[in-house]
Design a protein around this ligand. Structure first.
Ligand SMILES: [Zn+2]
Length: 699
């Protein structure tokens, strides 16, 4: 069993100078060009079904690209056969519903510059002039929200829903959105002149850095990767218990308003620029990268510039929004059935490439879950060579009727993870056969089982060597016991030898464990293992992280270490006790179920027998950076380089000069260099000086 290469879904091999592979033909998603009423109705039903899957169940069956293709086809049909249009609905039924004061409209979409030109022509003709002033903003790809403030106080946060009412997520937003002010700041003059009631419209999203960091953590824990930053932002904001998503960071950006009741306070702005200034002054985050452009040519140039710049931003985006800058102009255009006539979203299609599916391999995770990976004929995509793509589970292969040998379309989902977005069935070989799913584990040949209601197949053999190797790799990872000498090849060798079936076996004083290693290698490994034993004793959060309890990362492990004295006590814990320790509802339930499993009990017993986890200490604030390898880049206002390095070292960090696979944190100051970009690519957490000061708790 090949261990999963760390972050294989990141850029595999940069190939500068390779021209973007542009599709020569449509991917075969839209086949029938005849616009019939029956097709229109069928398409509406199909889109409603995908809306239901995406918005209510959080389990989309098709890619955003395919969805957009369906919507585009629908629009074409509707244009040919005018009829009342419908909008999507993101209400889940799991939250109280609140009405919007003014409807939350969706934007009309343009997929080509010709469509943008037509948008301009309509506006210019209506306004009676060509020198129309536009605002071109990045289109953030997250979840749309409306924030209601009354006399400057946050009243509620509501999703778009069906446009007239949405889910009330106020309680979650208050906890999960650090950028959301509970009170608006007073004006520069100091007078509290807020409008009596205002609905601020914006988007909640997850930064690409945060998304990559969370996926790197999941990969290290051999858990299935999150599919896209948008889905993750949506799922996080809609959590049933914020403690379940502790440690995930969401962002907010504001760009519009609905109701604006002046009362004794300020009236609505006259331009979008003055609105942005108002937002900033009141403490609400505004979009960067905004351009003001005039006329058709100016607008198209701004859109092209925004497209070129979109890859450099740290947020998921699928296009730009073009709006009329002057509110008086907006009123002249008004609102049509599909949305405001004064704004349009220009969608950028993800870059795609066509290649052949050479095979499907199955990775066995720490808990036995099998994850399929598409092996591709290497193809240039977005400046990188892509040879593998994510397939989330067996259902996805079956639903797409994906076959080995097929010609497939690959895109970088959310610009990050290569994914298969379409199959070109017109190029399928006549002799092609449906994919033959494995019924046994590729590592141990044990029969596979499928849990009720879960899409994943699992190897249920507690002695599966692939699972043992993944458990040991997780135990050895930097945020756990930090056994740096214990790499994937060495782990495979130890497991293949038969004497090592889990982390506990490393700590048995038994020569057989190291029998297959040379004497020098065995001695070095034993020294590292002895050091890790001391680490487990000195910091219970490390040992608990190493256990790989479901949903328990470093943050939750620290809570458990502080609440439980040792493994024996933890093994007895039920769901209520775990919740009392600070775990979220879903995490507590998952951990309680995990602790009841016979193989987990056996593993705890083996660790205790090996002298691990009887008791532990908890690291205080003095060791906030314990176990971290930190790189500082750029200038800091507060400290010289030598001072900050000394402070980091005193807080337990290893300080390094370059970003490598070992780096866990980058502190980026003013004029941060390439280290920042390196860190972003690798999914390493990046913090600014203010956050460093906060973590060091210095004032
Ligand atoms: Zn197995």
């Amino acid at each position: 069993m090949m261990p999963l290469r760390l972050a294989w879904w990141l850029v595999l091999a940069a190939s500068p100078g390779v021209a973007a592979a542009s599709p020569a033909a449509s991917p075969g998603i839209v086949q029938d060009e005849s616009a019939t009423r029956a097709e229109l109705l069928a398409l509406r039903r199909e889109i409603a079904r995908h809306d239901e899957l995406y918005f209510r169940r959080g389990a989309p069956e098709i890619s955003d690209f395919e969805y957009d293709e369906l919507k585009r086809r629908l629009r074409a049909l509707e244009a040919a056969a005018p009829d009342a249009g419908g909008v999507g609905d993101d209400r889940t039924g799991a939250f109280p519903v609140a009405r919007h004061g003014a409807p939350m409209l969706s934007l009309d979409k343009a997929h080509t510059d010709e469509e943008l030109g037509a948008f301009h022509a309509r506006i210019a003709s209506r306004l009676g002039r060509e020198d129309v002033v536009y605002r071109v903003e990045p289109k953030y790809d997250g979840i749309a929200v409306s924030l209601t403030y009354e006399h400057g106080r946050l009243l509620r946060v509501v999703t778009r829903g069906d446009g007239s009412e949405g889910d009330d997520l106020t309680a979650n937003a208050r906890v999960l959105l650090p950028a959301l002010p509970a009170r608006l700041s007073a004006s520069a003059e100091g007078a509290a002149t807020w409008p009596a009631r205002v609905e601020v419209r914006g988007e909640v999203f997850m930064s690409l850095t945060e998304f990559a960091r969370l996926n790197a953590e999941r990969e290290a824990a051999s858990e299935a990767l999150h599919a896209s930053p948008r889905n993750l932002a949506v799922g996080t904001l809609r959590t049933h218990d914020p403690a379940d998503v502790a440690g995930r960071r969401l962002e907010l950006v504001c760009f519009g308003w609905g109701v604006w009741e002046r009362g004794a306070g300020e009236g609505p702005p006259e331009t979008l620029a003055s609105f942005a200034a108002w937002l900033a002054e009141r403490g609400l985050p505004v979009a960067g990268g905004v351009q003001i452009a005039e006329g058709r040519a100016g607008m198209l140039a701004a859109v092209a510039a925004a497209r070129a710049a979109s890859a450099a931003g740290d947020f998921p985006t699928d296009g730009v929004v073009v709006k009329l800058e002057r509110v008086a102009d907006q009123h002249v255009l008004g609102v049509g059935p599909a949305g405001p006539r004064w704004a349009v979203a220009r969608k950028f299609e993800p870059e795609r490439a066509s290649t052949r599916l050479l095979g499907i391999t199955w990775q066995v995770g720490r808990t036995g879950v099998l994850t399929p990976v598409a092996e591709l004929d290497p193809v240039a995509l977005g400046g990188a060579t892509v040879a593998r793509a994510t397939l989330h589970n067996a259902d996805e292969i079956a639903r797409r009727d994906l076959r080995v040998g097929d010609t497939v379309w690959v895109a970088r989902a959310g610009e990050i993870i290569p994914a298969i977005v379409g199959v070109d069935k017109t190029r399928r070989a006549v002799a092609s056969q449906p994919y033959d799913f494995p019924d046994t584990c590729p590592a141990c040949a044990a029969a596979l089982a499928r849990e009720d209601g879960r899409a994943a197949w699992r190897c249920v053999n507690a002695a599966c060597p692939a699972q043992a190797a993944r458990r040991i790799a997780h135990w050895a990872s930097p945020s756990a016991l930090d056994l740096r000498g214990l790499g994937p090849a060495l782990i495979d060798k130890l497991v293949a030898g038969g004497a090592v079936r889990g982390p506990a076996d490393l700590y048995r004083d038994d020569a057989a464990v190291f029998a297959d290693l040379g004497s020098g290698a065995a001695r070095r490994l034993r020294e590292e293992i002895a050091a890790s034993r001391a680490r487990a004793k000195a910091d219970g959060a490390r040992l608990l992280t190493g256990l790989g309890l479901p949903g328990v990362g470093r943050e939750s492990a620290r809570k458990l270490a502080e609440s439980f004295g040792g493994l024996a006590e933890l093994a007895q814990a039920d769901e209520a006790r775990l919740r009392a320790a600070g775990l979220g509802r879903a995490t507590a339930q998952g951990v309680a179920e995990h602790l009841a499993r016979a193989e987990v009990r056996a593993e705890f017993a083996a660790l205790l027998a090996a002298g691990l986890g009887e008791t532990w200490e908890t690291s205080g604030a003095a060791g906030v950076f314990a176990g971290q390898t930190v790189v500082v880049t750029g200038r800091l206002a507060r400290w010289t380089r030598a001072e900050v390095e000394a402070r980091l070292a005193a807080a337990g960090a290893r300080v390094a000069s370059d970003v490598t696979a070992a780096t866990t944190l980058v502190v980026a100051g003013e004029a941060a260099g390439s280290a920042r970009e390196q860190a972003r690519k690798r999914g390493v957490e990046i913090i600014d000086e203010a956050e460093l000061v906060r973590r060091l708790e210095v004032r």
